[in-house]
Design a protein around this ligand. Structure first.
Ligand code: FE2
Length: 422
């Protein structure tokens, strides 16, 4: 046995286990493994989960905040305008340098799978070419899925259909779309139909930005669900953002959720971006503008939480950490019940792993030894503290480590170490 991790807490169990790793795979998981192994690490009761999966992010725009200007109005549309200007100055090296940095942040945060959208409304394909090269460069550390994302529309941008096809021919993994941004309702319907049809033709998964607006009349998810069912492409299609669902009347939302379930759509919500982008046209009261996560989760629909942005025209903060997005969703989505917070951990691990199509995922004997150790004793503490990731292990190798920081308080002439644990 190459490595034995002692005293790990899985799933908030009230007992601790040891995890044995041999030949890059989990070989034993039980209390008190007798074998000493080549190396032993005592985790001292820290919470351990499978690696995080970043199922929705825009790596091509990462770290461009303020270039050429900041988004002062804060809306999605202003962000698209700023990006459209920045896009003109993209070079392959510019994109690669920013993506390398952002992916290393993701790895440090325990992420080993990333699905990135890449804007293909650019005949030079500078960003896409850069991401295709980075995918190879990072293959031993991050499994990168690339989505051909038509940021400025398929039918509202010159040669949009051709650009989508060319992007897929270059080796892109997933077909994207953006129906609510097309100029007309009719073009939006065509956008969703085109994406499912192209995905099915090429045997690729589909992931659309869809109904990312506060307009309750934006109803393209119903088209996506219907096309998925008609094409018998169940489980292969993802609907990202879907913020308009927040504003639908309940009768319509109830009907729609039934079609989403039947189509086995994977749903993705992005609390960091959408908490600042939505309701910018409201006075008071201001809507929260997120999709109906609790209701979908209760129905058994696969819902995931992801970052969306890392310091770009849409969201100026972020550090490539889905746990931070989950923390925000405790508040924004009122998921503060114990079971709800436990579900949030699933929404950044096992749920997006399913959407990603990850194979052999999870901490069980025989699977690749991939895991993340949080510097916190329980899952709830990990969320509360947005705790550092103590160790990130892939195929049995440590690929990231964060040394715990130490806080001391000085009172009454005494020094006391503070740990922020109850
Ligand atoms: Fe997005």
């Amino acid at each position: 046995m190459e490595l034995v991790l002692r005293n790990a807490r899985l799933h908030d169990n009230d007992y601790l286990v040891d995890i044995g790793i041999s030949d890059g795979k989990f070989s034993e998981i039980k209390k008190n493994i007798a074998d000493k192994g080549d190396e032993e690490i005592d985790l001292k009761g820290r919470f351990v989960s499978p690696p995080l999966v970043e199922i929705h992010v825009h790596m091509d725009a990462a770290l461009t905040v303020g270039e050429p200007r900041y988004n002062l109005g804060g809306s999605l549309l202003e962000g698209i305008d700023i990006w459209s200007e920045r896009k003109k100055t993209l070079t392959k090296e510019d994109v690669k340098n920013r993506v390398r940095k952002a992916l290393k942040w993701e790895i440090s945060n325990g992420v080993t799978r990333v699905r990135t959208h890449v804007d293909v409304c650019d005949p030079s394909f500078n960003a896409l070419n850069a991401l295709l090269e980075i995918k190879k460069e990072f293959k031993d550390y991050i499994d990168l899925q690339i989505v051909a994302f038509p940021q400025e529309g398929i039918f509202s941008y010159p040669d949009g259909e051709e650009l989508m096809r060319k992007a897929m021919e270059k080796g892109t993994d997933v077909v994207g779309g953006i129906p609510h941004y097309e100029w007309t309702r009719e073009d939006g319907v065509k956008d969703a139909i085109f994406a499912v049809s192209l995905g099915k033709e090429l045997g690729k998964m589909v992931d659309l930005h869809i109904d990312e607006t506060d307009d309750e009349h934006s109803r393209f998810v119903e088209v996506l669900a219907a096309e998925t069912i008609k094409n018998n492409y169940l489980g292969k299609v993802t609907a990202s953002h879907t913020t308009a669902m927040h504003s639908y009347n309940n009768a319509y939302a109830f009907k729609l959720l039934g079609w989403i379930k039947k189509a086995e759509l994977n749903m993705v919500t992005n609390p960091l971006d959408n908490s600042v982008l939505q309701a910018r046209f409201d006075t008071y009261p201001k809507r929260r503008g997120h999709t109906r996560v609790k209701e979908m989760d209760a129905m058994g629909i696969n819902v995931s939480i992801a970052d969306d942005s890392i310091m770009d025209p849409w969201y100026p903060l972020g550090l490539g950490d889905p746990l931070q997005a989950a923390f925000v969703f405790v508040h924004y989505g009122q998921m503060s019940g114990y079971n709800e917070m436990m579900r949030l951990i699933e929404m950044i691990t096992t749920n997006p792993a399913k959407t990603f199509g990850a194979k052999d995922y999870g901490i069980k004997v025989g699977n690749p030894a991939d895991l993340v150790v949080f510097d916190a004793p329980t899952a709830i503490d990990a969320i509360r503290l947005v705790s550092r990731r103590y160790l990130v292990i892939k195929n049995g190798n440590i690929i990231a480590q964060t040394k715990p920081y130490e806080t001391n308080i000085f009172m009454d002439g005494k020094e006391e170490k503070i740990d922020f644990i109850k």
